[in-house]
Design a protein around this ligand. Structure first.
Ligand code: FE2
Length: 445
């Protein structure tokens, strides 16, 4: 009888553990089939052996590209060259800026004056050995397409120290990268809305995020998410242009900006709630490019999240959206909530004729999804509640920003829209911002 009782207890514990593990795992959801995972898994060891994987980032303007990679602390002569010929016989050496960090060296390169329509080949030293050449192409800056993803968050689907968890998430991320570049092979660059990896100081996860081979040729502008901000690794592996000094900068870094054609892209660190820092980044960017046709902000937290709650988003809405109202931001790109959503045109807390559209990306890898609220806020036009990774392609034309959002498992379009409000009646004095702030505050009461 005693034995039977303990067996029953053990059985109950096992069943309970199984329910817990199923519930935990159910929060992830990948687009790939099992055979894709089986094909990907054998690459894991070589991905992790590549300590010097390189990141490519958009430059300050169209003809600029930026690169960064880590190397060992004994590597004192990191080098980089770029050529027009694939055999690199015409290569030009570009100066490398090397910073001695605690556990590694961080190497950064900025290449300028690249010509539209041309393909270039670059190579760099991986702890003393030249890498194989990789190609980058400068895409046109008219009617160009930018691919938007967020929260690849490698390691989020379970115990991030476990190899199989990391392999699944990385396979999901690579699947999305390949999907969107199959659909848009001539995309100018991509934007990631933050939470690139689960732990801010995990070099293992960083190498996994950069693992997709196509990322050697696709510049990606990364955002500081709440999983990135508390360690310097983000700033060591991404070479962002035009970083703006902030009073309350995080360890990961600050906001930054760049242009592509007539569009100004402003990347904020929304972990920093000091409104004057965000205002400084936006003001600096707008003053540097006052005539940009379109203004796009990327910030990890969505001020108009469909999962709005007083705890997490009310201050973000007050601080950040008031600035977007007054600086005539056309489009805000976010992540954080791990489901796709898009708002109406918003201004001062209400739907408006002229204002800002807020688009939030789902998980780029499938590593985690948050549940949709039972009732969507009135400002949400659409929200996608299927546990499938998505991405949005934005094409910037003279007359509109055209957005098309895809689920990656079957390529179905789940949202398509155009943003045509291009008024440039910027009201950036302190009174205009205060009025927008107060109106937004009252809209939330
Ligand atoms: Fe996230």
């Amino acid at each position: 009888m005693k034995m039977k009782k303990s067996l029953a207890v053990i059985s109950l514990i096992l069943v309970f553990s199984l329910i817990i593990s199923i519930a935990a795992f159910a929060e992830s959801g990948y687009a790939y089939k099992e055979d894709a995972l089986n094909a990907f898994a054998p690459k894991w060891d070589s991905i992790q052996a590549d300590d010097t994987v390189i990141s490519v980032t958009p430059g300050a303007v169209q003809g600029e590209m930026r690169f960064a990679w880590l190397s060992s602390k004994t590597d004192t002569a990191a080098s980089f060259k770029i050529a027009e010929k694939s055999n690199m016989s015409d290569a030009e050496a570009i100066e490398v800026s090397t910073e001695n960090c605690d556990d590694y060296n961080s190497n950064k390169v900025t290449v300028t004056d690249l010509e539209e329509g041309k393909t270039y080949y670059y190579s760099y030293t991986e702890n003393g050995t030249w890498s194989n050449p990789e190609a980058v192409t400068v895409q046109p800056d008219e009617n160009f397409t930018v691919l938007f993803v967020s929260d690849a968050q490698i390691g989020r689907s379970g115990d991030e120290t476990q190899r199989d968890v990391l392999i699944r998430d990385t396979c999901g991320w690579e699947y999305t990268v390949n999907k969107m570049l199959t659909e848009y092979p001539n995309a100018a660059f991509a934007i990631s809305g933050g939470d690139q990896f689960q732990s801010p100081d995990s070099i293992t996860q960083m190498k996994a995020y950069l693992a997709p081979e196509k990322l050697r040729s696709l510049p990606v502008a990364n955002t500081i998410g709440n999983h990135d901000n508390e360690a310097p690794l983000y700033g060591d592996i991404f070479n962002n242009p035009n970083e703006v000094d902030e009073l309350f900068a995080d360890e990961a870094g600050t906001g930054y900006y760049y242009t592509y054609g007539d569009t100004l892209f402003i990347m904020l660190n929304s972990n920093n709630d000091f409104m004057f820092d965000a205002a400084k980044v936006i003001r600096t960017a707008v003053n540097a490019h006052p005539d940009a046709k379109w203004r796009v902000v990327t910030m990890h937290h969505n001020p108009y999240s469909a999962a709005f709650s007083d705890d997490e988003f009310s201050d973000k809405r007050l601080y950040f959206s008031s600035l977007c109202d007054c600086y005539d931001i056309d489009l805000v790109l976010s992540g954080h909530d791990h489901f796709y959503s898009r708002t109406k045109v918003m201004n001062s807390g209400k739907e408006a004729e002229e204002g800002t559209v807020y688009v939030q990306s789902s998980s780029a890898s499938g590593s985690n999804y948050d549940p949709l609220p039972e009732t969507l806020p009135s400002y949400t036009v659409t929200a996608f509640d299927v546990r499938v990774p998505t991405y949005t392609a934005f094409t910037f034309t003279d007359n509109a920003i055209i957005g098309t959002t895809y689920r990656t498992d079957n390529d179905e379009v789940i949202d398509s829209f155009e943003i045509t409000d291009n008024a440039s009646d910027t009201n950036t004095n302190i009174f205009s911002i205060a009025i927008s702030f107060i109106k937004t505050l009252f809209s939330m009461i």
